[in-house]
Design a protein around this ligand. Structure first.
Ligand code: MN
Ligand code: MN
Length: 492
């Protein structure tokens, strides 16, 4: 879907579909719509043909110069939110696709007390792009790509710039989210660690990022015993992917670290059969980081940002790590393996140490880390842990502005006890109780005094069911939050 923002000119309107919006309170003040359709929305309203109910979409075929007029209900003015706008956007996209519209025009005249017009438009466009997402490349009968409409946003002079900026952000952030979804939905035999690194290189080439990819020998040579340990049961080579964005910033670069387990069978602590196919999504954190870097490259914030993605498979091959084994993380910490299925924290420990070695600050990691987090929060919230109150607040603010649900969980030194081992410095499993919190404590050990936050997207990274603009499969969770966090860090 292509979007452009143009100056409203009723004589120069060429589209097959005109999209008009309606509130449930009534239809006064529709300057552009009234000029275009001579009070059509008002007449339909009076006759009770439309109600403006939120997410109600009506297609009107009538005596107008257009093939059809679509009327999109936005609901009650002062109850309107960005989230509702995103949902309405998904409904609108579905309608336009169903109508096989080639070009749709949408006059922006939905002022309301709850969110600014630019915020509402931004969320609506995000919802359209997110809602239009499909992953059917391996279904031969669905291979035919339907043509997507161009959407022309019509605005009055005074708001052209603001709305243009809003649409640009929406396009960048939603496309990045869909990019992450693509990676997550890709099967494990197609998206190997090497293939994930290739995607990162493509992103770097497309948007002008620095990209460095380390192979097995360099990873072992550096002393990343977590990553080189977990990969041992697999025939695929591991990768350490490093993406760099240079803003105009002085001071420290923000570090984003993403878990890139391209398939997690659990290793020797093998997972049960049921649902194991979803474990292709265990690189969703890595995908979120790569995709967020693409958005950052396009939005060009002041801050420097570096993304670090340790990537490998976790399989039960003959050389695989075994429970009871001891490995050594990049910073020298020794770890006793209790469960080889708690592999994410091992490669993230290396990733966080690597980020600190690069001098990155703050460091934010994103990972499908623990089933315990899903048990605690259900498929609704991402869990957040942080050793810094200030950082935690900023991540929460970014998530609110992105429209992604994040819940702050306890980061407390008392959880460190659960990660103590008698054999080594730490053990990689703190047991069933408080499993998400002890995993966070394990990671916090490696962040030390560096301001650090941890986002556990095990609940939210992969959707079992489609709902609104979220499609079944990879969700692209935290892409928008991370990108917005970086843009807001210096108040941009
Ligand atoms: Mn695992
Ligand atoms: Mn895992």
């Amino acid at each position: 879907m292509d979007f452009k923002v143009t100056r409203f000119n009723q004589d120069k309107l060429t589209c097959d579909t005109l999209v008009l919006t309606a509130w449930s309170e009534g239809v006064s003040g529709l300057r552009m719509s009234d000029q275009l359709c001579n009070g059509l929305v008002g007449r339909l309203w009076t006759k009770g043909k439309i109600s403006g109910k939120v997410e109600q979409v009506k297609v009107i075929y009538t005596e107008t110069p257009w093939e059809q007029v679509v009327i999109l209900g936005l609901g009650e003015k002062d109850k309107f939110t960005g989230e509702l706008a995103r949902r309405c956007g998904a409904d609108l996209a579905e309608t336009l696709t169903g109508l096989k519209s080639r070009k749709a025009s949408l006059p922006v005249e939905f002022e309301n007390p709850a969110v600014t017009e630019a915020e509402a438009l931004e969320a609506l466009v995000e919802g359209m792009i997110l809602g239009n997402y499909r992953f059917d490349k391996y279904r031969r009968e669905d291979g035919e790509q339907e043509e997507e409409p161009t959407v022309e946003i019509l605005a009055e002079d005074a708001s052209l710039d603001t709305l243009g900026g809003a649409v640009h952000r929406a396009v960048v952030l939603a496309e990045a989210t869909n990019l992450a979804r693509d990676m997550v939905n890709e099967p494990g035999n197609k998206l190997t660690p090497a293939a994930l690194a290739q995607r990162a290189q493509q992103v770097a080439a497309a948007y002008g990022l620095e990209c460095r990819v380390l192979g097995a020998e360099e990873i072992t040579g550096l002393g990343m015993g977590g990553l080189s340990g977990v990969t041992r049961g697999s025939a695929e080579e591991p990768r350490l992917i490093v993406l760099g964005y240079r803003g105009r910033g002085q001071g420290k670069a923000v570090g984003l670290v993403g878990k890139g387990i391209t398939f997690d069978a659990g290793g020797i602590s093998l997972k049960p059969v049921s649902g194991m196919e979803e474990m292709k999504s265990d690189m969703a954190g890595g995908a979120a980081v790569i995709a967020a870097m693409s958005a950052i490259a396009r939005l060009k914030p002041v801050m420097d940002v570096t993304g670090v993605v340790p990537a490998c498979e976790n399989l039960p091959g003959g050389s695989a790590l075994k429970p009871g084994d001891v490995i050594q993380i990049l910073d020298g910490t020794t770890v006793e393996i209790i469960s080889t299925d708690s592999e994410g924290r091992l490669i993230l420990a290396d990733g966080i140490c690597y980020a600190r070695r690069l001098g990155l600050e703050p460091v934010i990691d994103v990972a499908t880390l623990t089933g315990a987090c899903s048990v605690a929060l259900g498929p609704v919230y991402t869990g957040l842990w942080s050793n810094s109150r200030e950082l935690q607040e900023k991540v929460l603010e970014a998530s609110r502005s992105a429209g992604e649900k994040v819940w702050a969980m306890p980061y407390d030194r008392d959880y460190y006890e659960l990660t103590e081992s008698r054999t080594a410095d730490l053990k990689n499993s703190g047991g069933r109780e408080g499993g998400a919190c002890s995993a966070a404590a394990f990671l916090g050990h490696f962040a030390q005094e560096t301001p650090w936050a941890h986002l556990d997207i095990a609940p939210t990274g992969f959707a079992d069911n489609a709902q609104g603009y979220v499609k079944k499969g990879g969700t692209g969770a935290m892409v928008r939050t991370l990108a917005r966090f970086v843009c807001r860090w210096t108040g941009e």
